[in-house]
Design a protein around this ligand. Structure first.
Ligand SMILES: NC(=O)c1ccc[n+]([C@@H]2O[C@H](COP(=O)([O-])OP(=O)(O)OC[C@H]3O[C@@H](n4cnc5c(N)ncnc54)[C@H](OP(=O)(O)O)[C@@H]3O)[C@@H](O)[C@H]2O)c1
Length: 211
């Protein structure tokens, strides 16, 4: 049986999933500080530490379980080229996906195989082809649309997302990459599935239905 298509992101309370662009920006330090603040809940977690081989130990509890469950349900990921470009600089040699990953892009590039099971495939003919390839690779497991904002929005507006989770982070950005900027609101209806507050964030899960 085919799995679900979902996304799972951390969002500021005012709706942003990343600070303003920083490529070539002298204010890269500010970008990084905001990014770290947004993702702060994830860094101390045991699963995060282990997956990135940062060391043994780390915090357990509901946040950790949610991050682990999200990883375990994912059989393949799809991402936009800007997310990939940032990750290419930031991920360790063993990229943290450990499954095939499909990058939607205009750039032609051979597959890039990393140790530990992640191979990045560069898909030049659109989001539906990338999703078809990801479904095939994922088998029974789910496909995660990993990010970033532009790519997630394309999938939402195409009616291709079954479910999503937002870790709502208690901070305000004021500007940046807004998750639902340009959403086709007339076609998307949301059904609440779960809301789980923890000490650091609130995990909100919705099923997506056609209006
Ligand atoms: N908060 C979170 O949990 C979270 C999670 C993931 C990512 N992020 C953040 O999101 C940001 C990146 O998001 P973004 O919205 O700027 O960009 P993005 O969605 O990662 O990438 C957009 C780029 O992907 C390529 N692309 C997208 N759709 C395409 C299509 N249909 N055909 C061909 N190419 C296509 C294009 O690049 P080319 O034309 O160059 O190929 C496009 O400029 C980063 O700052 C990242 O850190 C946050």
């Amino acid at each position: 049986m085919a799995g679900k298509v979902f996304f799972s992101v951390t969002m500021s309370l005012d709706g942003f999933i990343a600070p303003e662009e920083h490529m070539g920006d002298p204010d890269a330090q500010r970008w990084m500080a905001q990014w770290m603040e947004l993702q702060q809940w994830i860094f101390p977690l045991r699963f995060f530490q282990e997956n990135l081989k940062l060391g043994e130990g780390g915090e357990e509890g509901r946040d950790n379980d949610i991050v682990r469950e999200t990883f375990e349900r994912t059989g393949a990921s799809v991402m936009g080229k800007r997310m990939f470009d940032l990750g290419e600089q930031a991920w360790p040699e063993e990229a943290p996906f450990h499954t095939p990953a499909f990058v939607v892009t205009h750039e032609k590039r051979d597959p890039w195989e990393r140790p530990g099971g992640t191979t990045f495939h560069f898909v030049n003919d659109g989001i539906e082809t990338a999703l078809d390839q990801a479904r095939e690779a994922a088998g029974d497991r789910d496909v995660r649309i990993a990010g970033g904002g532009a790519t997630i929005l394309e999938y939402v507006n195409a009616g291709l997302i079954d479910e999503f989770t937002i870790a709502l982070s208690p901070l305000l950005f004021g500007s940046g990459i807004r998750l639902f900027e340009g959403v086709d609101a007339g076609r998307v209806a949301l059904e609440p599935v779960r809301a789980e507050p923890t000490q650091r964030v609130t995990h909100l899960t919705y099923a997506v239905r056609e209006r």
